[in-house]
Design a protein around this ligand. Structure first.
Ligand code: UD1
Length: 426
């Protein structure tokens, strides 16, 4: 089993290019199934991530040829031979749920099991199912599998009780080929929703309204192939911004969209960090870290839940007392136990964490339980005094391409390998 070993204390310095967003790539790969032309879809700027490869294997299991070369994906036209998503792949990644909308739209039937992924609380799929039901799909369960069928999906008026990112995306994909017009209210406004809309429209769909509360989708008969470049990963960018801030370094991130980073930029400035942006770069330089009275995660454009654990590490080292309220997922404080091993002073009360800033974190052996918590523990290791040994690295590889190599480029002292070998060299 691989570990990361980090010798803390180095200030990160340099320039880093940010690649495509995992949370755009996955639904867009699923949407590629809708291609009805005889030619391939090409997706550019694709990071080499475990989750991307799981989605690639799922598409292959359905009968679609997918090649990943030089950071680009080539996805063959939708000659789908299978309507069942393999149980094991389904359990590896929650985003496998994205196959439901496209498969129903394309084949009129689908068989899946309950999706897996990060263990960050109860993650139901009721909004996905309710929305698809409104469009005429029928669902039933048999021996632990979910089956769905629809002779022809039809446009509908849908209201989401919560602006779920995944449900919005699933319904957009299904509606793109449905018969007639679909209106979806209270949708998620994340940049990845806009990216999916742009991709679907590049294939010939008629989707309007992404980035606002209402989506209007006019179903079309057929979608075509296209070449599409996905947006940069705002969560990876935010993670490296916090890494620079927490080590007192100075880092420039390139190929980013600063408008997507407004929530994190505002909180970093509040915490005393210098942030400057141009059209497609952000520069982060250290300041005196100070507490942030309240940081509440919420759907976009609010502060992203996917950067909550990383920000908690920063606030652990900020002068004064901060409070984080997690409003999106109910069990997203699993990193707190591990941060406490590193001397952090954090008290959790329900969905709130009270953080008392301390002078220094201390290196320790810690274990990752989910993707973003993993990134947070790596950041803690970079800022800590002494050696930090991080287990469970595969969680990080789901969403960060070669994190240790990127951090080494910025001057961090971090290596990866089996624990015994690494300790020998330390
Ligand atoms: C997506 C992101 C994930 C991010 C999350 C919130 C991808 C691949 N993943 O996940 O990184 O943390 O958005 O920004 O894009 N909910 C329901 N019923 C449903 C669906 C969701 O109650 O049918 C609830 C969830 O339990 C959760 C909240 O809605 O409390 C947000 O979930 P959602 O926006 O759906 O997140 P994901 O799409 O799973």
């Amino acid at each position: 089993m691989e570990h990361l070993i980090i010798e803390g204390g180095n200030k990160l310095k340099g320039t880093l290019k940010i690649k495509g967003a995992k949370n755009s790539v996955l639904p867009i790969m699923a949407a590629s199934l809708l291609n009805g032309s005889g030619k391939d879809v090409i997706l550019e700027n694709i990071p080499d991530l475990i989750d991307m490869h799981v989605m690639r294997k799922i598409l292959q299991s359905l009968g679609i040829t997918v090649h990943y070369v030089n950071g680009n994906l080539r996805i063959a036209p939708g000659n789908i031979r299978n309507y069942a998503v393999p149980d094991q792949l389904m359990r590896e990644m929650r985003s496998s749920i994205f196959l439901m909308g496209p498969l129903l739209a394309k084949l009129g039937k689908v068989k899946i099991s309950y999706p897996g992924g990060c263990s960050i609380g109860h993650r139901p799929i009721d909004l996905h199912l309710k929305g698809l039901e409104s469009m005429g799909a029928k669902f039933w369960e048999e021996k632990g599998f979910i089956f769905a069928s629809a002779t022809q999906l039809t446009g509908a008026e849908i209201h989401l009780d919560y602006p779920s990112v995944g449900a919005t995306e699933n319904l957009m994909m299904a509606a793109a080929l449905a018969n007639g017009k679909t209106t979806i209210n209270n949708v998620a406004k994340e940049p990845e929703i806009v990216d999916l809309q742009n991709f679907l429209n590049a294939m010939g769909a008629e989707v309007r309204g992404a980035g606002t509360e209402t989506l209007k989708i006019e179903g079309v008969e057929r979608l075509e192939d296209c070449t599409y470049r996905v947006i940069p990963d705002r969560i990876v960018a935010g993670t490296y911004m916090i890494a620079a801030a927490i080590t007192g370094g100075e880092v420039i991130l390139t190929e980013v969209i600063p408008a997507h980073l407004e929530g994190i930029i505002a909180k970093l400035r509040e915490a005393g960090i210098f942030v400057e942006s141009t059209e497609d770069t952000v520069k982060i330089a250290c300041g005196n870290l100070k507490a942030v009275k309240t940081l509440r995660t919420s759907p976009y454009p609010g502060f992203p839940t996917d950067l909550q654990s990383q920000m908690m590490v920063l606030l652990s080292l900020a002068r004064g007392e901060s409070m984080i309220e997690e409003s999106v997922f109910e069990a997203r404080f699993k990193h707190v136990v591990e941060l406490k091993k590193m001397n952090a002073s954090i008290m959790v009360e329900g969905c709130r964490a009270h953080i008392k800033g301390i002078e220094k974190l201390r290196g320790a052996e810690v274990e990752i339980t989910d993707l973003r918590a993993g990134a947070a523990l790596v950041l803690a290791g970079l800022a800590a005094e002494g050696t930090t040994i991080v287990a469970g690295v595969k969680h990080i590889d789901r969403g960060y391409e070669k994190i240790e190599k990127e951090l080494q480029l910025l001057g961090a002292n971090i290596i990866r390998g089996p624990r015994e070998n690494l300790l020998y060299f330390c």
